[in-house]
Design a binder for this molecule. Structure first.
Ligand code: 5GP
Length: 245
């Protein structure tokens, strides 16, 4: 597929903090496809902290590609088609749900603060949160009653996404545990492709908290958020682990 891409036809439809999305303007055979370009830009605390993580685009493209392929093999349908360059992947063009799901196994970040618990406390069972995607509002947490009330999406689709998110938690927790890493929490986004709820967006150290099982050292974007150093090394470690999956 990579060789059949005419870059002259790429039309930027979205640029976010970490990715740029392009569609294939005027190409009938690619009307259902998107090209995602992963950037090195890093932001934290809703854009208040800005920086660059050298080669993050390459790391995140590689990690996402590996994990999407791995999940597909485990029966989790997702938007990934093919990695076409160091920083680019081809995906299906989904109608995105305006919500994101956060799955948590261990207290950290905003939940540790909200519930007044120490970071590192393991929950008796996974926690799942649904948030409305809005940078201006800081992605507020919502519940299922908001979906119909605000005409956000079909609650049945959100329920399907929630179920898939919990399945993904089991698969990824096991995979990373086998590789000496604890999956603390992560964020997922879903969309509709031909009426099917499908995993989309990215799965990377930008969107997950990953801790070393022995040392509890952070191997994710918290190294950037909290100025812990060795950021690139952390991303490289996850590239190495996921390239084996
Ligand atoms: P928290 O709510 O504790 O800040 O984040 C929980 C988990 O979801 C973390 O793994 C974090 O990386 C991820 N997450 C939550 N919201 C976002 C977001 O808007 N962008 C990204 N990249 N990750 C998020």
């Amino acid at each position: 597929m990579a060789e059949s891409i005419n870059r002259g036809n790429l039309k930027k439809i979205y640029e976010g903090k970490a990715k740029i999305l392009y569609e294939f303007s005027g190409e009938e055979d690619k009307k259902d496809l998107l090209l995602t370009y992963f950037k090195d830009d890093a932001t934290a605390f809703n854009g208040q902290k800005k920086g660059t993580i050298i080669k993050k685009g390459e790391y995140n493209n590689a990690i996402s590609a590996s994990l999407f392929k791995f999940l597909k093999n485990k029966g989790i349908n997702n938007h990934f088609i093919e990695k076409i360059s160091e920083r680019e992947m081809l995906t299906y063009h989904l109608k995105m749900l305006p919500i994101e799901f956060i799955v948590r196994n261990i207290a950290a970040g905003s939940l540790a603060k909200k519930m007044g618990v120490e970071e590192g406390v393991k929950f008796l069972s996974p926690v799942i949160e649904m948030c409305f995607k809005s940078d201006e509002l800081g992605d507020p947490m919502i519940n299922k009653s908001y979906l119909k009330a605000f005409d956000l999406c079909d609650p049945a689709d959100a329920s399907k996404a929630e179920k898939i998110a919990l399945e993904i938690n089991e698969i990824l927790s096991k995979f990373f545990d086998d590789n000496n890493i604890i999956v603390v929490d992560f964020k997922l986004e879903f969309g509709l492709y031909k009426n099917e709820v499908m995993l989309a967006d990215e799965i990377t150290p930008d969107t997950m908290r990953l801790w070393d099982k022995q040392t509890m050292e952070k191997v994710d974007k918290d190294r950037f958020r909290r100025d812990l150093g060795k950021v690139e090394e952390a991303y490289q470690r996850i590239v190495d682990i996921t390239s084996q999956c």
